[in-house]
Structure formats: structure tokens, C-alpha cells
Write a protein that binds this ligand. Structure first.
Ligand code: XMP
Ligand code: MG
Length: 183
């Protein structure tokens, strides 16, 4: 599949690669300012957050450490249930650390609200959340998110780490998946 074919599967491009980089630069500046006098451990949630982690971490000028977690939500099809299983846990001990969870997207908020509580139980100094995308109309639980790239409509989006059946993660833009792809 060449890149022309991949873009044909998008109904609409929401954010181009340049727009995403600019927004991540703004988020990084906020994070640099807020953590100026603290060491931060940024925790990426696999696999969707790989691109955000790669670009956000390089846009930061603070000293950071990076770690990764993989979780899976039990639920029917693509809907998350809030019952979460850890597939890969952190290597780091969180005791007295400042933790920043980095996510690609918050949909219902169920996965992240579970994850935040789980990390908070490990004795960190603080736990905050940074997400590139959030779907406010899909929220099922209130969740305090300190850094948000964009609020988006309640549509299925792909690209820049986000997949449909493991495809489209490598797109440099974020777009709404065209219905002909999944219908
Ligand atoms: P919840 O509902 O618990 O789930 O906030 C968040 C996870 O669901 C996936 N997700 C998406 N993946 N395009 C995707 O490629 C989307 O529009 C989308 N909405 C939710 C994603 O894995 C996220 O971490
Ligand atoms: Mg994800």
C-alpha cells in the first residue's frame, strides 16, 4: 500500500504533521515551565502514544526519564469497559516521583481513570496526564487532564500512533477514518 492509498482511507484530515508538531511544542513549553524545578518521569501508554512520546520528549528541554506501560481494556469490540489488564508494567519505582502519563487519545476516560488510580497507589509525589486528543462528547467518567492537545468530535480517528486493526499508525497526520474502510 503506498501513501496515496493510505490517505484515500481518510474522510478528512483533522491535523497535519506540521500542526501536530506545533501543538506538541506548545504542550512541551507548558510542561517545561510546570516541572522546571522537578524531575519528571513520563510514562507512555503503548502502543498508541509512541509517536506523541517520541515528539513530546524531544520537544522538552527539562531532564526527563521515560518508561512504558501496556494495558488492555476488556470490553466488547472497540468499546472500553473500564476493566483493565496490565500487559506490560513499568520498570520504574514510582515512590516520590513526579509522573506524567502520556496518551494518544481519551475517549470514555475509563482506561485512563483506572491507570491514574493504579499509578497513584504506588506512592508517587504527583500524577498528571497529557493527551494529544480528547473526545469530550464520549466522556463517561470525569477525569482531570492537565495537558490536552486538541478536543475532537466523537468520530473514529487514525494516524500518528492511532490505529484501526493495527493499520494507519504510521500516518504523519491525524484524520477521520472513512466509513468505506470499516463498513
Ligand atoms: P477509553 O474509552 O477508555 O479508551 O478512554 C481509550 C482508548 O481507546 C482507543 N480509542 C481509539 N483509537 N481511534 C483510535 O485509533 C479512536 O478514535 C479511538 N478512540 C478510542 C485508544 O486505544 C485509546 O487509548
Ligand atoms: Mg491508547
Amino acid at each position: 500500500m503506498d501513501s496515496q492509498d493510505v490517505h484515500d482511507d481518510l474522510e478528512e484530515v483533522l491535523y497535519t504533521a506540521d500542526q501536530i508538531q506545533a501543538r506538541i511544542g506548545e504542550l512541551a513549553a507548558e510542561i517545561d515551565r510546570d516541572y522546571a524545578d522537578k524531575d519528571v518521569l513520563i510514562v507512555g501508554v503503548l502502543k498508541g502514544a509512541v509517536m506523541v512520546m517520541a515528539d513530546l520528549s524531544r520537544a522538552l528541554s527539562s531532564h526527563i526519564a521515560m518508561d512504558w506501560m501496556a494495558v488492555s481494556s476488556y470490553g466488547s469490540g472497540t468499546k472500553s469497559s473500564g476493566v483493565v489488564r496490565i500487559l506490560k508494567d513499568l520498570d520504574a519505582d514510582l515512590m516520590n516521583r513526579h509522573v506524567l502519563i502520556v496518551e494518544d487519545i481519551i475517549d470514555s476516560g475509563l482506561t485512563l481513570s483506572w491507570l491514574k488510580a493504579n499509578l497513584q497507589s504506588r506512592g508517587p509525589a504527583s500524577v498528571e496526564i497529557c493527551t494529544l486528543l480528547r473526545k469530550p462528547d464520549a466522556a463517561k467518567v470525569p477525569i482531570d487532564v492537565k495537558y490536552i492537545g486538541y478536543d475532537i468530535p466523537n468520530k473514529f480517528v487514525v494516524g500518528y500512533g492511532l490505529d484501526f486493526a493495527e493499520k494507519y499508525r504510521n500516518l504523519d497526520c491525524i484524520g477521520i477514518l472513512a466509513p468505506h474502510v470499516y463498513e
